[in-house]
Design a protein around this ligand. Sequence first.
Ligand code: NOJ
Ligand code: CA
Length: 677
Amino acid sequence: MKFRPFLMLSQLVALGAAGAVQAADRECAQSPGQVIDLCVYIESGQAYYEVSRKGTKVIAPSVLGLSFEGEPQARYTAIAGAKRNSADSTWEQPWGEQRFIRDNHTELKVTLKGDTPLNKAVDVTFRLFDDGFGLRYTYGAIPAGRKVAVTADRTEFSTIGNYSAWWYKPLEDDRDEYLYKEIDAKRITLAETPLTLRSQEEGGLLLAFHEAALVDFPSMLLSGDGAGKLTAWLMPWPDGVRAYRTGPFSTPWRTVVIGESAGDLADSRIALNLNEPNKIGDVSWFTPGKYVGVWWEMHLRRSTWASGDRHGATTENVKRYIDFAAKYGFSGVLVEGWNKGWDGDWLRNGHQISFTEPYPDFDLRGLADYANSKGVRLIGHHETAGAIVNYESQLDEAFSLYAGLGVNTVKTGYVEDSGDIKDAEGGKHWFAAQYMVRHHLKVVETAARYHIAINAHEPVKDTGLRRTYPNWVSREAARGQEFNAWGRPTNRPDHLTILPFTRLLAGPMDYTPGIFDIENGKSVVTERLQATIANQLALYVVIYSPVQMAADLPEHYEARPDALRFILDVPADWENSKTLAGEIGDYVVVARQQREGKDWFLGAVTDEEERSIQQSLGFLTPGKRYEAQIYRDADDADYRTNPTALTIEKKVVTAKDSLGLVLKPGGGVAVRFKALD
Ligand code: NOJ
Ligand code: CA
């Protein structure tokens, strides 16, 4: 038997089932800091992997492989080869929550020998990091030009022990726009990812399941068996097939982040590291920034997307927003409802939307020039209503029009029931099935050619593709602020303490924070924002997005210059980010350092409970003094009774100090640490 340094006796014992298996059919690897151990082996014709963390088994033997139409389930007979590799490099994000990202991993690539033609030689690549792992398949034996139909992704994640999960029922009409529920993980039937689990044992681990580099494949959900085993579940095509590919192909990475605290999950960079480097070249034409827009007023029903007396996107009204943006230094003005197609039932008439023809009362060219002359850019809007055949037929013209006007960011929208996206033949697709995964990337690639960045609403979820396509700057993919205008019901305070450890693990979110007119004339608290004004400010730090909206109306900002100051000061691009503290569903404290600046910012939000946190400032640069500009809930603030009561204080601090943070119910605190030295 060949000597295998990775096959140590202690591992065989730790990994239990290992002892029963022949060494030749078993290969193991460890993460760089020896935190994660992973073994892959074959038993009774099935390929399995299992994972331990610091000697404790976290993933019990779990099946690997895909199934294909037209051939029986393959039996694997051997691990034909194993290649090991390791890498420790640092790469730079053009913009982001962290400028320099370290990619320190070991890689184990095994070739599974199967007894069916498509499974003759299947490569499984495992990348092990100290905070988790990713695995992907490469079906290299498929002849070039041969079309294959994937009928299942059989990949399992067999969890051990009792976990709580943050979950909403997937595939409902509103896609990913639901409030999370905390449930026993064994009750998961089907779940969207990122799916976060927390051990119910004191001091137990947290796990986050997701995928990276979702390209030309359907989005992966996870189905539960009632006993803790999760299995990949791919969004199907209308004919039930999960994925079509031609010739040899690789799947997206299936990822598991493993942490001891909720913050460990939030600060993991595994998903970005598993994506390919930038494919679109220089993106210095895109600068992260904050924007305002003709938007909240429509959601409040004060104006309309449609033309007529109450049309929001009129030349005069947009000028007002441009003037406001220029006065306060916002870089963008989003305009929705500018183009023909919104009249009547736009949700049903998506095929009639024009992406090039403005309404007559909206002077597109004049306003773009006006904005540019004031150092502001219009932000474009393409609402497709899910009619993507219509959209794709206008794609080049639409981006070319905007590019010619100096517009370099476009918000897209796909408001349609989750399983009702129609193709040219009338076939209906899930919003994140392979058909739509292809569509979104086509939009992003086309936009890149015109130097346009995309912020997609109702999108396919983020899988770290911003590394490869750094013009894919943000997206929605969760329940955003808009629900707080509609009031059916509005977002609970705990929503913003769950998002950082679930949806936001995937990447930037265009939540659209910053509503100051919290009560909006409503007396029932569940019909308006369930937040304090300090909470709204804190979101600019808690939620990462390189395009960050100040969503409220200009007059509401001008009425609160004290609070507005924080929004004007907070950047949208960061040198570094750290999740300092947090419990899923209770609270979170995040610190971020301004990119190419010395200032630090801190944001903390709580659920409906009041909280006091003694926060060490050890993240600040040692030896430097900072003026902490603290925007906190006033002593009598409460999201139910007194949501706009804000206290602003200043004090000089250093890295040796700690700061007492008091968060009132539904509240928060936002701090700018202005460097004094
Ligand atoms: C839903 C988006 O999330 C929202 O931001 C937008 O205003 C509407 N669709 C209309 O496009
Ligand atoms: Ca939406």
